[in-house]
Design a protein around this ligand. Sequence first.
Ligand SMILES: Cc1cc2nc3c(=O)[nH]c(=O)nc-3n(C[C@H](O)[C@H](O)[C@H](O)COP(=O)(O)OP(=O)(O)OC[C@H]3O[C@@H](n4cnc5c(N)ncnc54)[C@H](O)[C@@H]3O)c2cc1C
Length: 338
Amino acid sequence: MKSVRVVVVGAGVIGFSTAVCIAEALPFCSVTVLAETFSPNTTSDGAAGILFAAEFPDIPLERQKRWFKDSFDHLLAIAVSEQSPDAGVMLSSGWQIFKEIPAKKKPFWSEFVIGFRSMTDRELKRFPDHKFGQAFTTLKCECSSYLPWLEKRFRKAGGKVEQRKVNNLQELSNSFDIIVNCSGLGSKMLVGDTEVYSVRGQVLKVEAPWLQHFIRDGDGKTYIYPGTQSITIGGTRQEGDWRLQVDEGDTKGILERCSRLEPSLSKGKVISTWVGLRPSRKNPRVEREVVQLRSCRVPVVHNYGHGGWGVTLAWGTGLDALGLVRQCLHEMPLQAKL
Ligand SMILES: Cc1cc2nc3c(=O)[nH]c(=O)nc-3n(C[C@H](O)[C@H](O)[C@H](O)COP(=O)(O)OP(=O)(O)OC[C@H]3O[C@@H](n4cnc5c(N)ncnc54)[C@H](O)[C@@H]3O)c2cc1C
């Protein structure tokens, strides 16, 4: 009999990754994913899902490296297995290019991706506005396939799934022993976190099957990411912007900027346009606390606020959240564990 009841709030890439980590490692726990929206209606579903990351200012670099490496190794194993088409995970090679030489020529994750090197002058000739570039192979994880694949894996490990909005954590205190909060932007309301904000992103899906390599401008605003079915081109990074509607001005700007990087894109066919709100925070919150809910004190593990890097860091932060759940279990009264 499963004795400890764990609820994971959120069914995006953070919620399902965390839920799988917990359900597979702790078979004596009953794990439920509870969320207002599921795939295909989460932010994660529309993300390009390329594995890159920027550095968060206040998280020890060793911890950020571990998040990146754990996620990369987990997804690489899927990408080179027969599961790859179902899971929507593939290797992706290409270039990140810079108009000015960056202060750090090697990002912290350069040792984990495959074949990281500076571009040669010959390679850079294709990009006359750019002075410096990095060539490497990373991964692309398409959540519209990956989330249903993770959900299947979660159910196989005995996990349960329920669709509903949670208005406050008190609602959960009678039915669950440990709450894991993976609600992304929802944490602003759910746990009253005023540090959470939206960074709006608009992307287009384009049919241009001749393009095989990713191209990303180092400013993060212009990118071309070939995927399994189409190419994702973008983008925008509008801080504090909560609009979910497509902006025609943004569409025009994206097409212009991307065609400057890759002129053949003007021959591509736009299939769809999508807007998502990155659940942003100065630093992601991956920590635990004990919260007084009605008459009981309930352990809460938080895992949210990954901004533009949630797909990249989901498995790594999911493993950290599992470690925090283990700590909660150690501190629980014995009878709750029996
Ligand atoms: C245009 C764009 C491109 C991107 N490209 C990349 C990329 O290339 N690489 C990368 O790593 N990242 C990328 N990202 C970022 C990535 O999409 C996010 O970091 C990631 O999706 C966050 O996942 P999440 O699970 O925290 O949030 P979400 O996917 O938003 O999921 C949140 C979940 O919580 C639930 N929820 C919230 N509040 C409540 C509540 N009160 N009650 C019940 N349920 C609740 C929601 O219903 C949902 O299920 C991109 C984002 C955008 C917008």
